[in-house]
Every structure is written in C-alpha cells, then in structure tokens.
Design a protein around this ligand. Sequence first.
Ligand SMILES: *Cc1c(COP(=O)(O)O)cnc(C)c1O
Length: 449
Amino acid sequence: MFPGLVKRVAELQGDMKYYSTKNRNIRAGLEDAVKNGMAPDKGLYMPEKFPVLSRYELERIKKSESLTETGMILARKLFMDDLDNESIEKIITCALVFDTPVVKITDRILALELFHGPTLAFKDVGARFMAQILKHFNRQIEQPIHVLVATSGDTGSAVANGFLDMEGIKVHVLYPSGQVSELQEKQFTTLGKNITALEVDGTFDDCQTLVKQAFADDEIRSKMMLTSANSINLARLLPQSFYYFRAWSQTDAEQLVVSVPSGNYGNLTAGLLAREMGLPVNMFLAASNANDVVPEYLATSVYTPRSSVKTIANAMDVGAPSNFERILNIFDQKHERVSRHIKGYSFSDREIREIISTAYRTHGYILDPHGATGYEAARQFLESNPQSTVVFLETAHPSKFPETVNGLTDGTPEVPDRLKDFITGKKESIPISRKYRAFREYLKSSRHV
Ligand SMILES: *Cc1c(COP(=O)(O)O)cnc(C)c1O
C-alpha cells in the first residue's frame, strides 16, 4: 500500500538485498535474484552489504572441521534474512556432502583440493547449493523452472548432476561441439531424465551468448520461467566463498595469498567476497591459460574482451569473462585498486605441460591442467615474496584429463569410481546451430516438462 514506506522499513531493518552492477537502485531479494539469475537491466546481482564476521565467528570457522560446518556458519550469516535456520541446515547438509582438504605441496605452497564432489570439479559446490536453494524456493511447484547453463566443460556436469531427478526443474545444458573432453561430455550427456544436452555448433562464448539472448527475450520469458545456472547466478557464486574460509581453517597462516585458476572469474570473485566478509587474504593471483584478457587488464589497465582460444585447460577458455563486471564493481571500477589486490599470470599450453611434469617430478603431486596454472602462479609469486603462504585452488581431479596428464606423469592418476560410472553411459545430445532462432524454437517446444 505504501511501497516507499515498506521499502524504507526493510532498509532500516537491514534486510539483505542484492543490487545490479549496472544500477545500484535496482534491487532484489534472494529468491528473485536466484530465480532470475540476471537483474532486469542485464546487470549482475551483488550483495548490498557484506555481513562482516565477528571475531568469535572467525574463531569458530578457524576451528571448524568440515566444509559443511564452515558452510553452516557462513550461510546463517549470509542468508538469515531470507531463510530460517532449519532450511539453511537442510540446504547445506544436502549440498555440501564432501570436504575440500588442503594438501601441502611445499612448506609455502598448499593445494586446496576442490575436486572431492560427485563430478570431481569445484563447480559441484556452487551447483549443488543452487539446486538445493532452488528446490527450496520452488516448494509449491507452481510452474516448472527451466535452468539454462552454458558450459565449457565442468559446469554442465556439476549442474546436471546437482539437479538430476529434481521434480519441477528441467535443465538445458549448452556446450560447444567437439570442444569438451569426452569424459566431460559423458558427465552431462548420459543422464537423461530432466537433463537435456544441446550440442552447439560454435564456441563456449556462442553458448553463453545464446543463454543471454534467451534472458533478453521478453516473449520467451513471459511464457516460461527461466533461470541461469552459470556463475552469474548468486546461488552459485556465494557458496563458493565458503571453501576459502575452509582453506584458511586448515592452515596456520595468519594471512593468505590465494591463487585461483580462472576463466569466467566466478571463483575469484567468490574469494573477493570472502575477503569482504573478513577472511584475511592479502593478495589474489589470477592464473589463466592463453586466454589472458584479465591479466592483460591488470598489467595495462586496458580491458579487451575477445573470442576465446582453445587450450588444454579448456574450462578456462573464456575470452569475455562474465564476472569481470563484478570485480570492477567491488573495486569501484578503479584499475589501481583492482591491481593492488589481484596479480595476473598467464600460461601457454606448452608451459602448462611443463608445469605438470615438473611438479610431478619434484613433489610427486599430479596437477590437472587448470590447477597447474594456479600452482605455477603461486610458485612464481613466492620467488619475490618468499615469506608468504600461498594456497592454490586445485579445481579438478587430474583423472578428468587423461589425454594431457597421463603422458606427463609416469603413473596415471587413479580414476575414482564415480567417474568410471559415467564412462560406461551412452551419450545423448541434440545438435543445434549457434543462431538464436534455432535455440528459441527449441525452448518453445520444451516449455512443458
Ligand atoms: C570452471 C573452471 C575453472 C574456471 O573457474 P571460473 O570461476 O570460471 O573462473 C577452472 N578450473 C576448472 C577445472 C573449472 O571447471
């Protein structure tokens, strides 16, 4: 009745809102932000205020003994305005069913292993959390929710597996034909049920563009409830901040440097959010493959998004990272501030191979091609900052990339059983052109679950 007043009261009470990176006055609550994925002005949602952890909460986190426990403390803090304790507990215990252990490679370099989830990549964390929170918000199942996800490899499998068998939710995975490894492809094309794989005749950026076009298509959106499960979605982004705290709770270091293998920069953005909440990090290292738009920006202050090039660390083959907008937003668009907190590194395929082989020979640790960039950025950073402790994110299990890893290490990494199960499945996908018209027709025809 008095919308202005209601809004004002909500502000006074400090209800958590999320604003659009394009316009701070466009705000939404958690449920709308998660369901819509993107703000109506095509900006990305950001938390309006970061709940800063008290000393006591930080101490509890430092003492926590699993990702579930760490996640519970942080989720209560982040979502207390939108979810009751019981719901938070249910979401966290269903989503975070594995730990993220820290493994010591040298005295100064630690690996945060994020691959202990069902699809062996860090994306399991965000994808599973998103599936659970969407399930919570869609309790009444008024109309089916269609989850669109563009993938360069690991997102598709994490999202598909996180949502598999969920009633009232249909997942459409778009992936670039011929550009994901056979194993990755198997992880989202063999599931069936509420999961459909669309094999796009184009690049990952084309897939991402198709998803964006669907969101900008008012007619489609008036007919079906669409949401995006890409890292632009808050429900994927926010829980990724949890394992940064979990890393810290497993080290003795007061301050950390964190090295993040990066593509779309969701992971690194989540690290920045963790820092805003009070995690003691003094530097982030943005480790990239040959797709080096962000390292280039950090070094030159010029940002030139472009088409991605194909590399052996293919989950990072992104030429126009969508979360870059969020990073700029956190630092008020000021290059000087961004580059004070993030240092960029880029490695060619040849270098990545070299890194995997050297790390194996020197430390007996098998890196995957993505984690390899994070490890090497850490190693190079330590050359000029020998007193630091660097945690690098090992974002996927090396056995997901046998074509690269096996020849560079004498052993082959052991293939976990959950990966073996996918290998025997039969691939099913729908080939589709990169033109929006075709995708639009497909969407229309799949309106009713
Ligand atoms: C997705 C992915 C990345 C890149 O993460 P972003 O959040 O997109 O920067 C790195 N490594 C692996 C294994 C991935 O699957």
